[in-house]
Ligand binder design. Structure first.
Ligand code: GLA
Length: 678
């Protein structure tokens, strides 16, 4: 990020994807009037407009976009102008059928939807850079354009292509990674196994469908390549835009949400001028507010602690899950303000006006099919007023003293086939640890295993770090040595960056700092539980995972109460250097995990941001001159919370305590408080 390329919008931006090309122009005037009423300040335009902007190769029609941008400018609305490269037109594929992607099973996919192109296709890259360049040249100085929206959700539909062009690009990537040394690759991939040794680079293919389990390192390198390949498309477009318009910041919308795991965003984030994210709820998630919080904290961390933009979420139901549930009363407002609480300086929706036609005709929008005579429109108007009232929150940050280690390599590796248990899900395991901290109102950052400056934190948690390289493991151990508290979850440190098992006992890379030694893994069957005894709540149990562990310096805090491992340590605590390292060698039930994590946190001297009632989310944003205490009632009971200052949403002074309405939100401007645990 450079200071020159920041978004120059005051306060909290408000808006959504705007697709006026799908409507007759008479409708646009109404759009402008209603955007004005709702307080919309920025919209994303042109995301899927390639076919209209470039009707045939190299022939442009910018007339409609000219009118749209002029209209936005006349109405004081900023444009987040997209490059339309997520949707190559039909004429492109007729000229370049080789640019269509091929899936793992060898099927060629057809155009007629979106994002159906091979990321390694030269023809695609050339065409994408051409339209990006033409747009940049035409609109670099247009006064409406505040930001470039490069492409859309890279990797959403085409993270992997298995065609011969992709195979060649993969080999080029591998040659660079392994210094052109095929033996280095053979050793890293362990290809003496199952006769996989390669004698010629040309023998190497993408991990296409095979008869039995794939080579794990092959798969892992492939996922790294796929992320890098799309990243190179982003940076190529960004550079074209920068050359023509060096003053306009560029973003692309990430997909940090529940089950999307295709991109290594630690590698992407530094390439963006402004980090932005899309977040949708899973209808089957009973506590999706936790996912909003976790993903918000992760996005803020990707942005280096700076504010970020929520580029898309929904006012109501979406259209791409088996059953698309509407939001409950007040949920839309709670969702949006929770994103702000976790660092968003912009709130936007997919999309402004609900579509009449096309694959997303049943997706909610800011202006629903029913028009302004609708609950959603009332909520959209209310949110616009809320965001105006929160303008001064823009630019503020977060004061976390706890960090959770997050790593896409570890995630990809742990979820490969042929693991000790196929029941382990990285995001679920991290969320299990995140949830009690979040419920207690403890601020959390996310970090990479090798993040510098860990001494900013008192407590570092590594709930699920199956793969870690030596640099990461050493970094975390040094944090403990210098006085920090580290807690590590089961099956962490198991393999190195090549997915090779770390020999000599479990949990490989962390044995020494944790003061334990495991010699055999005992994953539990689905539904199977085991009792725990020791310094844990009465009736404590665990599921998913156990291991035969002995102490080599640590103390046992809990042991297994029954089964083949009865009496074996399950939770341990080790004084190491000037710090403390905990190992949770199993997956305790939620109450037990919350109790253990509370003890770890209290011993580390980390306090919640505020003492709040159960069910009320509390998040603190720290501004230059004040703190902003966000109180969000997810339980629907309302609460009276001690506070002093001004409640910004109502503008009322707060003396002694603030009322959080049932299912509502309060945001109190307070005098800056000592950082938690500080
Ligand atoms: C994604 C896309 C949007 C739209 C929404 C629907 O986030 O970026 O174009 O398809 O999903 O939820």
């Amino acid at each position: 990020m450079t200071t020159e390329r920041r978004l120059r919008l005051a306060g909290i931006a408000y808006g959504g994807d705007y697709n006026p090309e799908q409507w007759p122009e008479e409708v646009w005037a109404e759009d402008m009037a209603l955007m004005g009423e709702a307080g919309v300040t920025m919209v994303s335009v042109g995301i899927f407009s390639w076919a209209l902007l470039e009707p045939s190769e190299g022939v442009y029609d910018f007339s409609r976009m000219d009118r749209i941008l002029d209209l936005l400018h006349e109405n004081g609305i900023a444009a987040d102008l997209a490059t339309p490269t997520a949707c190559p037109p039909a004429w492109f594929f007729r000229a370049h059928p080789e640019a269509l992607p091929i899936d793992r099973d060898g099927r060629t996919l057809s155009y007629g939807s979106r994002q159906t192109f091979c990321p390694s296709s030269r023809a695609y890259r050339t065409a994408a850079l051409r339209i990006a360049g033409a747009l940049a040249e035409r609109y670099a100085d247009h006064p409406a354009v505040a930001m470039w929206h490069v492409h859309n959700e890279y990797g959403c539909h085409n993270a992997e292509c298995f065609c011969d062009t992709s195979a060649a690009a993969f080999r080029t990537w591998l040659k660079a990674k392994y210094g052109n040394d095929l033996n280095a690759l053979n050793h890293a991939w362990g290809t003496t196994f199952w006769s996989q040794w390669y004698y010629d680079w040309e023998e190497i293919l993408p991990p296409r469908a095979t008869g039995a389990d794939p080579n794990p390192t092959h798969r892992l390198d492939w996922r790294r390549f796929c992320s890098d390949e799309l990243l190179s498309l982003f940076t190529a477009e960004r550079d074209v835009l920068r050359r023509a318009a060096p003053h306009i910041p560029a973003t692309t919308n990430f997909m940090v949400m529940h089950n999307f795991d295709a991109m290594d965003y630690w590698r992407w984030a530094p390439e963006l001028d402004i980090v932005s994210n899309d977040h949708y709820l899973l209808a089957t998630d009973p506590e999706s507010e936790t996912d909003i919080a976790l993903c918000g904290d992760l996005v803020r961390s990707l942005a280096g602690g700076r504010p970020w933009l929520l580029m898309e979420h929904s006012t109501g139901a979406i259209n791409w899950q088996p059953v698309n549930r509407a939001k409950t009363p007040g949920e839309m407002r709670r969702n949006a303000l929770a994103h702000v609480a976790h660092g968003a300086d912009g709130i936007a929706y997919f999309q402004w006006r609900a579509a009449k036609a096309g694959a997303e005709q049943w997706h909610s929008a800011m202006l629903p099919h029913a028009g302004t005579d609708s609950q959603i429109w009332q909520d959209v108007m209310q949110l616009g007023a809320d965001l105006r009232a929160l303008a001064e929150v823009g630019g503020s940050t977060s004061p976390a003293k706890v960090a959770i280690v997050w790593d896409w390599n570890a995630r990809w590796a742990m979820e490969l086939p042929s693991q000790p248990s196929s029941e382990l899900r990285f995001q679920d395991l991290v969320r299990d640890w995140y949830t009690p901290l979040w419920k207690a109102g403890v601020a959390v950052d996310f970090i990479r295993p090798d993040s510098p400056d860990l001494d900013r934190y008192r407590l570092v948690l590594a709930p699920s770090l199956y793969l870690v390289d030596d640099a990461g493991a050493t970094n975390l151990a040094a944090f403990v040595e210098h006085g920090g508290t580290l807690a590590v979850g089961f099956h962490s440190g198991a393999v190195d960056e090549n997915c090779h098992v770390r020999l000599g006992g479990y949990p490989g890379a962390f044995r020494k700092v944790l003061g334990v030694h495991g010699d055999e893994l005992f994953p539990l069957l689905p539904g199977q539980t085991v009792g725990l005894a020791g310094q844990v709540p009465q009736g404590a149990t665990a599921d998913l995972w156990t291991e035969r562990l002995r102490l080599t310096g640590a103390d046992a805090v809990a042991t297994y109460a029954e089964g083949p491992l009865a009496g074996v340590p399950a939770i341990t605590r080790h004084a190491y250097g000037s710090g403390t390292a905990w190992y949770l060698a199993t997956h305790p039930d939620p109450t037990t995990l919350a109790t253990v994590l509370e003890r770890i946190r209290e011993e580390a001297g980390v306090r919640p941001e505020h003492d709040v009632a159960a069910g009320v989310e509390v998040v603190r944003r720290r501004g230059a001159e004040a703190d902003y205490l966000f109180l969000i009632d997810h339980a629907g009971h309302g609460a009276e919370i001690p506070a002093e200052g001004v409640e910004l949403l109502t503008g009322k002074p707060v003396v002694g305590s603030v009322t959080v309405p049932e299912g509502g939100v309060a945001v109190v401007r307070e005098a800056t408080r000592e950082p938690s645990g500080g």
